[in-house]
Design a protein around this ligand. Structure first.
Ligand SMILES: [Zn+2]
Length: 56
């Protein structure tokens, strides 16, 4: 799915998830999509790396 120039996915809620960048040491600057809701709220735990999502 495309939204202008920015690729987005929907999580299982479903809510539009914009790409965000990881800042962990292991995956520095690696963009990912994840459920935007707080973990303790309605978060559906959707998570996918952008580079892996390209193959879906
Ligand atoms: Zn969600």
């Amino acid at each position: 799915m495309f939204n202008g120039d920015v690729r987005v996915l929907e999580c299982w809620c479903p809510i539009i998830c914009g790409a965000r960048k990881s800042n962990t040491i292991k995956n520095r600057e690696r963009p990912f999509y994840a459920c935007p809701l707080p973990k303790d709220d309605e978060n559906c735990e959707f998570f996918v790396w952008v580079d892996e999502a390209e193959e879906l």
